[in-house]
Design a protein around this ligand. Structure first.
Ligand SMILES: [Zn+2]
Length: 175
């Protein structure tokens, strides 16, 4: 049996349920039902504006954003769902920290809620480096259903892999 690489941290009965949905070919439909909304954040400029707006709303005092971009080479799992790089540079004699946020390009075509979830995750890292309690408190402050979203994002990635393994998908309906 193939391991469910996005769900390794979850209990066996949860994984078993996901396998069932996969075997029945229903996981995609379940997710599409719940997460039908697309987003219009198509390029790096739009992504920057999107991240900046959330930061203004919830984390105004955190260090300024550096670059914000979609990265086609990012592996979602390996980088714990995104990356957050601290870049320090000397400006006018003062050390000024700014942060670069890279979002795996799979999120460009993902439902709107998953883009929000990953951006919330990365923004929370502006203040908390570790995935600890304080970190998740920040996440749920910005997105109250953060934990559900993260779980469902893992289902979504599982479904994408399964669909890829099954062969080419029919073309998506026109937007
Ligand atoms: Zn993280």
């Amino acid at each position: 049996m193939q391991p469910l690489k996005y769900l390794t941290g979850y209990p066996p009965h949860v994984q078993a349920r996901v396998r069932e949905l996969l075997a029945e070919g229903r996981l995609g439909a379940v997710l599409a039902d719940r997460y039908g909304e697309r987003h219009a954040v198509r390029n790096d400029g739009q992504l920057y504006a999107y991240v900046q707006a959330l930061k203004e709303r919830y984390m105004r005092k955190a260090v300024p954003l550096g670059k914000v971009l979609y990265d086609g080479k990012l592996q979602v799992v390996k980088h714990a769902l995104g990356t957050h790089t601290a870049i320090s540079r000397v400006q006018g004699g003062k050390l000024k920290a700014s942060r670069e946020i890279r979002i795996a390009s799979v999120f460009r075509d993902a439902p709107a809620e998953f883009l929000k979830m990953i951006v919330v995750h990365e923004l929370a890292h502006l203040k908390q480096a570790e995935h600890d309690k304080a970190f998740y408190q920040l996440c749920t402050h910005m997105a109250p259903d953060y934990h559900q979203l993260e779980f469902d994002l893992r289902l979504y990635l599982t479904q994408l892999d399964a669909a890829k393994a099954a062969g080419p998908a029919p073309p998506p309906p026109p937007a």
